[in-house]
Design a protein around this ligand. Structure first.
Ligand code: GAL
Length: 414
């Protein structure tokens, strides 16, 4: 007993005698659990540990992050928010309005973020003019991936219009090949839907899915979008329901399907499996002009002045936007760096195409936020649209009915 109290007393003395040196700590909530994703997030864990940080991992499986966001709400409601959270788009501002996000402007200013981040993308990281999130990458959503061997064997080129896509799909079906690898989860249906909307024109996309213009939502063009969704529904295999996106990517890899429509995190899967772009698989933008961006980012939650956690948040923010992490992480993730000063020499042809298109689309005013990946809209209207899209895709609902439902659902969600 006596020894214990002496030790406790001397520990207390030591503690008060030495100046407190914060030890960076972070509990990090994210949904990067697939092969390519896990490899990518490991880069951040390693850099954090090298700089003396202690990382507590809180992965919540589920593509697109729906399950992670449910877990986040539960943690915040119980007064125990994680230190750092994978959070993006308007959800950042929604959480800021709840008064639970930390201001990371000191790090951002010290590291000169304003000089190296494109303005349009940096705007997503600001809350009331202050920096409240750290951007990781630029994913492009409107990609189509193809199995080169299948395409060559069937004399098929990557389609540049939906008519060409439909013709290719029918040819493949006649040859007994599943045209499209798809996972029937609401966010994956929404991912295809937004590429079809974009295919009708970047202006139409902007009006319908960014501005939520009732005329665009209820237009004949939108009827055509749902017609194409119905056609696409005919090109997936019988077991598509509930399938994870990375398993759909594996179908393209293994020659079980010809195409997948998915953001370039799919490329992270191909690469993690040792597949080579241009040889084993190929990439092309989905039909139509424009670039749908999906910028992953991390927001820091208020930790009530806990010095170790604040040090962890500052270190994480610094590393995330740092040039070394931006290069290594994005080489694994399938995305491109969000910093404009990172060399793309080590990146592959799909990344180069992405960077070129992004620059051209920024110039043309057709660099647009992805609705399906939470960049364009707040939670309620986005959820309302996805509910209609997935209800239509998984039933015999007509295009006219879907359009009517869409207009009503959006009106009720505003
Ligand atoms: C996206 C996210 C990507 C990728 C994908 C599949 O929403 O931005 O980084 O992880 O989900 O989980």
């Amino acid at each position: 007993m006596k020894t214990t109290s002496v030790l406790a007393a001397s520990a207390a003395v030591t503690c008060f005698a030495l100046p407190a040196l914060a030890e960076p700590q972070a509990e990090v909530l994210h949904w990067w659990t697939s092969g390519g994703e896990a490899k990518s997030v490991a880069v951040l864990q390693e850099e954090f540990a090298e700089r003396g940080g202690t990382w507590t991992d809180m992965p919540v499986a589920g593509g697109g992050g729906d399950a992670a966001m449910t877990a986040l709400r539960a943690r915040v409601l119980s007064g125990n928010a994680p230190t750092a959270v994978q959070l993006k788009g308007p959800a950042i501002q929604e959480w800021y309005e709840e008064g639970v996000l930390a201001d990371i402007s000191d790090v951002a200013e010290e590291q000169g973020w304003a000089d190296v981040l494109p303005e349009q993308l940096a705007a997503h990281m600001k809350c009331d003019g202050n920096w409240c999130a750290a951007p990781v990458n630029v994913h492009r959503v409107n990609w189509m991936w193809g199995n080169t061997e299948i395409l060559e064997a069937n004399g098929i080129e990557m389609p540049t219009t939906w008519e060409e896509f439909n013709a290719a799909a029918e040819k493949l079906q006649e040859a007994g090949i599943t045209p499209l690898a798809h996972g029937g989860q609401a966010w994956q249906d929404a991912t295809i839907f937004e590429t079809v909307v974009l295919g009708m024109g970047a202006d139409f996309y902007q009006q319908a899915l960014v501005e939520l213009d009732p005329e665009a939502l209820g237009s004949d063009t939108m009827v055509q979008v749902f017609d194409q969704m119905r056609t696409i529904r005919g090109y997936v295999d019988d077991n598509f329901s509930g399938r994870d996106w990375n398993l759909a990517t594996a179908m393209v890899m293994n020659g079980e399907a010809a195409f997948q429509i998915m953001g370039d995190w799919a490329k992270g899967e191909f690469l993690a499996a040792g597949k080579v772009p241009g040889e084993d698989f190929t990439c092309a933008a989905t039909p139509g002009d424009g670039f749908l961006y999906n910028v992953d980012s991390f927001a820091m939650f208020d930790v009530g002045g806990d010095e170790d956690k604040v040090a962890g948040q500052n270190l994480l923010a610094e590393l995330i936007v740092g040039p070394s992490f931006q290069e290594t992480f994005n080489l694994n993730k399938g995305s491109i760096p969000v910093r404009s000063d990172v060399s793309l020499d080590a990146f592959d042809m799909c990344a180069h195409l992405s960077a070129e298109d992004m620059a051209a689309d920024a110039e043309a005013g057709t660099l647009l936020p992805s609705y399906a990946h939470g960049m364009a809209l707040r939670g309620e209207p986005a959820g309302a649209i996805t509910d209609v899209v997935t209800a239509h895709f998984n039933s015999e609902m007509s295009s006219d009915e879907a359009v009517e439902m869409l207009v009503d659902a959006v009106a009720n969600a505003m």
